[in-house]
Design a protein around this ligand. Structure first.
Ligand code: C2E
Ligand code: CA
Ligand code: CA
Ligand code: CA
Length: 279
């Protein structure tokens, strides 16, 4: 067994080495990308369920890698989290998102709320409330225009600490949303103690809304809980008219998804907002 084992070991270790090497390479490229300003944001509109007007946009991070072209967040956020690069990167996102809101408002663009994704590590390890406060101060944006999207998994880790952090953030007067709601280990008990404003139903449930009765039951239940707790519900990943109609019938407050808009470049977003303001 020994000789065979050592052969396996060599094989695995070569593979491991390669993986480790790739990881370090990517970490290096992420840090360099931050310095070279290769990241940029796209903005996906979030519409009012009653009026159909754009209430908000979600800032979505992209990387313009000179080697590989446009890289989507799912392929670099996990590593940015693991390596801690997410802390300076997340700060960049917050500062940039706030600066954009200010720039657009100064230009007379129809004002919209800006939703920013916050990673688990930013919430648990970084001094998030300080970063947010600074981004607001530097940009001069009123906090009511900023919304932070947090995931359930980052909130349930240490509940006592979470409650303190959430109240500190809430004290800045920003809005707080739970993203991907229904996928984590949410407990209704926690929900009651957290100063949360919005629930975003995970797009996995919205997806199958029109053919899976179970998903329909979950969505109905989430909307019911949200209403009972006086939380505003946002459905993400709305791709069809049937989904939108079903959700509107249930009193869902806001919609986001390809059926309405894909994530847009800043330029496209400004076109959309100005044509909407004119309408
Ligand atoms: P998320 O926060 O759940 O963001 C929504 C994702 O769903 C976005 O993918 C968006 O493009 C996509 N989406 C929107 N509408 C539809 C639809 O109708 N159908 C489908 N199939 N997808 C739709 P994206 O931009 O690739 O982002 C993926 C994830 O990366 C985000 O999921 C979020 O977890 C993370 N992310 C993006 N930007 C940031 C950021 O600035 N910071 C952090 N920490 N994470 C980010
Ligand atoms: Ca999100
Ligand atoms: Ca989400
Ligand atoms: Ca997600």
């Amino acid at each position: 067994a020994k000789s065979k084992g050592s052969g396996d070991f060599c094989f695995y270790s070569a593979q491991l080495n390669e993986r480790l090497h790739e990881r370090m390479q990517l970490e290096f490229r992420l840090r360099r990308a931050l310095e070279r300003e290769e990241f940029f944001l796209e903005y996906q509109p979030i519409l009012d369920g009653k009026t159909g007007r754009i209430n908000a946009v979600e800032a979505l991070l992209r990387w313009n890698d000179p080697e590989k072209g446009r890289v989507m967040p799912d392929s670099f956020i996990p590593l940015a989290e693991d390596t801690g690069v997410i802390l300076p990167l997340g700060e960049w996102v917050l500062r940039t998102a706030c600066a954009k809101v200010r720039q657009w408002q100064d230009a007379g663009v129809m004002p919209v709320r800006m939703a920013v994704n916050i990673s688990g590590k930013q919430f648990t390890q970084g001094d998030l409330s300080k970063t947010v406060e600074e981004a607001l101060q530097q940009s001069g944006v009123h906090p009511s225009w900023l919304e932070l999207e947090l995931t359930e998994t980052c909130l349930i880790h240490n509940v006592e600490e979470t409650v303190k952090k959430l109240f500190r953030l809430k004290g800045l007067n920003v809005s707080l949303a739970i993203d991907d709601f229904g996928t984590g280990y949410s407990s209704l008990q926690y929900l009651k103690n957290f100063p949360i404003d919005h629930l975003k139903i995970d797009r996995g449930f919205i997806n199958k809304l029109c053919d899976l009765p179970d998903d329909r039951a979950i969505v109905d239940a989430i909307i019911g809980i949200a209403k009972a707790m006086d939380l505003h519900v946002i459905a993400e990943g709305v791709e069809t008219r049937q989904q939108a109609e079903y959700l509107a019938g249930r009193g869902c407050d806001e919609f986001q998804g390809y059926y309405f808009y894909r994530p847009l470049s800043e330029e496209k977003l400004l076109e959309v907002l100005s044509s909407e303001a004119a309408a």
